[in-house]
Design a protein around this ligand. Sequence first.
Ligand SMILES: Nc1nc2c(ncn2[C@@H]2O[C@H](COP(=O)(O)OP(=O)(O)O)[C@@H](O)[C@H]2O)c(=O)[nH]1
Ligand SMILES: [Mg+2]
Length: 230
Amino acid sequence: MKQFAINQAKFVTSVGQGQTYPAPLACEIAVVGRSNVGKSSLINCLTNNGKLAKTSQTPGKTRLVNYFLLNNAFYLVDLPGYGFAKRSKDEQTEWGNLIGSYMSSGRPKHLLLLVDIRHEPSPEDREMFRWTLHAGVPFTIVATKADKIGKSQRVVAANKAAKLLGAPAFAIPFSAEEKIGKDALIERIGQIFADAEGQAQRAAEQELLFASAELAFAEAEAQENDETDE
Ligand SMILES: Nc1nc2c(ncn2[C@@H]2O[C@H](COP(=O)(O)OP(=O)(O)O)[C@@H](O)[C@H]2O)c(=O)[nH]1
Ligand SMILES: [Mg+2]
């Protein structure tokens, strides 16, 4: 099979609380994690475009759900980060509402949960993980900034971070800086995309089946009525 690649990426739109999301696609993958964990850098790395998602702004400044269209086929979504201490209560509520409505919208087909490979997950990381389980959205854990630790420790540290989050002990070690784990993550995205397309296809086939069965049923009923009329 031809290897999956990301060869096209463009910004679509930013969505704030109460605003309309873009027309849905079969596959939508959201990038989740605390401010500064490396969400935007990861998106830029995957798309080979250093300017696509804005990086290293004042942490917490990104308050919008940013949509990117990849390969003209699926969305990669940059979600606003959490865990910025200087945030006011109002801002935290705003963040909670935005993420809450996004998570329960049925739009995300998969979440990339980002944790820093060097640090124990924060209470907010764990909270976000519980939210993910609650929403029932499949996820992949990505341990960012893997360049910051020795090569021999990366796999162990990444898996440990996943375990501390409360998940099965598996995470992809990743570095936007040194492109560590880039191929692995692109391959994973390829699988997610293929699954989502397959699911959408099956749903469409099922709908067609229902429609034709309903039609046949209505026709049979009409014929039966004709016969009793005679
Ligand atoms: N060493 C290293 N630094 C990174 C990596 N990814 C992101 N950063 C840095 O971490 C900071 C926050 O990155 P950003 O992508 O804006 O994080 P976001 O807030 O989660 O979107 C920036 O200064 C980045 O340069 C990485 O893989 N390795
Ligand atoms: Mg960002």
